[in-house]
Ligand binder design. Structure first.
Ligand code: CA
Ligand code: CA
Length: 261
């Protein structure tokens, strides 16, 4: 830059102007990534000077993440890194553990009270559930028994082997009558069948005792009782003759009447 005096042009001086320097602009380029290098063709916007530059890979910009333990129901992971720029990651998932239940009896059942079995997860003791254990029922053992006779009741004393509960059961005295012994000879056989048939036919002057003849306990003496008696004597029908009255009461399992095949 030259300065000239306007009064006298011989009076001048100069100053140096610094060079502008290039103003390079990317003409053609590939930017570097975390793992690959880049390059650029640069051209000065003023003088068209060209230069070529290469760039090293950037390397990952790592972000650290802490480990998290897997639980029974949720996955976990080891400590891992990710890159803030790309999808690089060292993440490795740890599968959920699932429950591993161990059980123990936490309340023992008794003869009359239910017990409790508790299941607890060995991975996490807060994971528990319980199951009911049925009461055991008494284990009655007969300690003393007096058989009934036709004169007197018998009885049976039993004690529970676990809890000591004691019961006394009366055994009703035995009937003096012999079911099926229609003719009163103290045996049950075909003679009784004959007597029963004769009484039902009438005309023989035979009167029979319903307590020994009403074998199916339906309150009357008829052909059904005759059939029951014949089946009893034939065997194979599972028939047990029991007194119609005056003896032990019948239960559902001891009914003497079974339909003829
Ligand atoms: Ca008889
Ligand atoms: Ca009958």
């Amino acid at each position: 830059m030259t300065y000239t005096c306007t009064h006298d042009a011989t009076h001048t001086y100069t100053e140096e102007i610094e060079a502008l320097g290039h103003n390079y602009v990317k003409s053609d380029y590939v930017d570097p990534t975390c793992t690959t290098g880049g390059w650029a063709l640069l051209i000065c916007s003023r003088c068209s000077d060209m230069k070529y530059e290469e760039y090293e890979p950037l390397g990952h910009d790592l972000v650290h993440h802490d480990a998290r333990a897997a639980t029974c129901t949720e996955v976990g992971w080891e400590a891992y890194d990710t890159c803030s720029r790309c999808d690089y990651t060292t993440y490795a998932e740890i599968a959920a553990l699932g429950h591993n239940y161990a059980d123990e009896v936490t309340t023992e059942p008794t003869c009359t009270e239910t017990g409790v079995r508790t299941y607890t997860c060995t991975h996490d003791a807060s994971h528990t559930y319980t199951e009911e254990i049925a009461a055991l029922g008494h284990d009655m053992v007969v300690k003393q028994r007096t058989e009934p006779t036709t004169e007197a009741d018998g009885y049976e004393i039993a004690v529970c082997s676990r809890c000591g509960k004691t019961t006394r059961t009366t055994l009703p005295k035995l009937s003096a009558v012999k079911p099926g012994d229609i003719n009163g000879d103290n045996a049950v056989n075909m003679r009784d069948v004959l007597t029963l048939r004769q009484s039902m036919a009438g005309g023989y002057g035979i009167s029979i005792d319903a307590s020994v003849a009403d074998l199916n306990h339906d309150g009357s003496v008829n052909m059904r009782d005759l059939l029951t008696l014949r089946q009893y004597l034939a065997g194979g029908y599972g028939i047990v003759l029991t007194p119609a009255s005056g003896g032990q009461p019948l239960d559902d399992n001891s009914t003497p009447w079974i339909s003829a095949p």
